[in-house]
Design a protein around this ligand. Structure first.
Ligand SMILES: C[S@@+](CC[C@H](N)C(=O)[O-])C[C@H]1O[C@@H](n2cnc3c(N)ncnc32)[C@H](O)[C@@H]1O
Length: 292
């Protein structure tokens, strides 16, 4: 899929009847009858792969992350983990460290459930709600079924939202939430979309404890892909952002990233992701008109 096709797909999704609301498996249009979960949701097998090697070094015995990781690795279904093991470990650590202050996790951009598999286990352990939001309902369906098989009973605390974060906030989903949400973003990487996501964060800031943003180290050879996640965050929160780096940081540029059509590469010494606590940051751009 090229960038033009991707943008067309996003326009179609925004016009869908389910966009901007919670959905069940029955609402997910691509639902087919097949024992192969990828086929059932029309997802090419090449999209999935076994988890990344190398996570074992990060596994202090008896840590929550080690337990979660062991459960995921012994599960038979294919997965795709698009973040580094360290990024997932840092998310899990944050949730455990802020135990009692975070009551709900909102994950925006689930793909095949790489992060969701960790977040759902943390949600179960810590008694949190988990809302999964994605613009593509096939990924929501796949991830949800995978979670149900990995964690029977997760239907008690997991809900699916078809949409992006601005539509989640516009649908007043934050308003009915307990204060203290943690939002994990790994959704669109395009500058205007990330600005719209961050503006929505500012709108809902009263309900948000903290957020993690993935791929702050990415750029693309194709300028029209507009991959500037870190700059978009700064456009809204200012250049004096107070954050913690999460995930990996590599000394040199990396180009072997499995998303060929927009030719991404990582910036040397830039963090894979960042974690912001809202109480420590100020929104510098918060327009009154509705966005996106
Ligand atoms: C990089 S993948 C997420 C990978 C996943 N977090 C993991 O751990 O493997 C990006 C996901 O974001 C979704 N997406 C793209 N644009 C979006 C948007 N504006 N809002 C919500 N989801 C979006 C895509 O459908 C895809 O599922």
């Amino acid at each position: 899929m090229g960038i033009a096709d991707e943008l067309r797909f996003v326009r179609e999704m925004r016009a869908a009847a389910t966009f901007g609301r919670f959905v069940s498996l029955n609402d997910i249009a691509l639902h087919r009858d097949s024992p192969d979960l990828l086929e059932k949701y029309g997802i090419p097998a090449a999209a999935a792969h076994r988890g990344l090697a190398g996570g074992r070094r990060l596994l202090p015995r008896r840590s929550a992350f080690a337990r979660y990781s062991a459960r995921i690795r012994t599960h038979p279904w294919m997965l795709a983990e698009q973040c580094s093991p360290k990024y997932y470990r840092d998310l899990v650590r944050h949730l455990h460290t802020k135990r009692g202050r975070i009551r709900r996790i909102v994950e925006v951009g689930v793909f095949l459930g790489g992060a969701s598999a960790y977040l759902a286990q943390a949600a179960e352990d810590l008694g949190l709600e988990l809302h999964l939001a994605d613009i593509n309902p096939a990924y929501l369906g796949y991830t949800y079924e995978r979670l149900l098989s990995l964690l029977p009973g997760s239907d008690r605390f997991v809900r699916l939202f078809h949409g992006d974060f601005p539509s989640y906030v516009a649908a007043d989903q934050m308003l009915e939430s307990p204060q203290g949400s943690f939002v994990q973003f790994d959704a669109s990487h395009r500058f205007p979309d990330v600005v719209a996501d961050m503006v929505a964060v500012c709108r809902a800031r009263k309900w948000i404890h903290s957020l993690a943003i993935q791929d702050t180290h990415l750029r693309s050879d194709l300028i029209e892909a507009e991959v500037f996640v870190d700059m978009a965050v700064q456009a809204v929160f200012g250049t004096r952002l107070r954050y913690r780096s999460i995930g990996i940081t590599t000394p040199g540029e990396r180009r072997n990233i499995p998303t060929p059509h927009w030719r991404p590469f990582t910036r040397p010494r830039a963090p894979e992701g960042i974690l912001l606590e809202l109480a420590k940051n100020r929104c510098h751009y918060a327009p009154r008109a509705s966005h996106g």
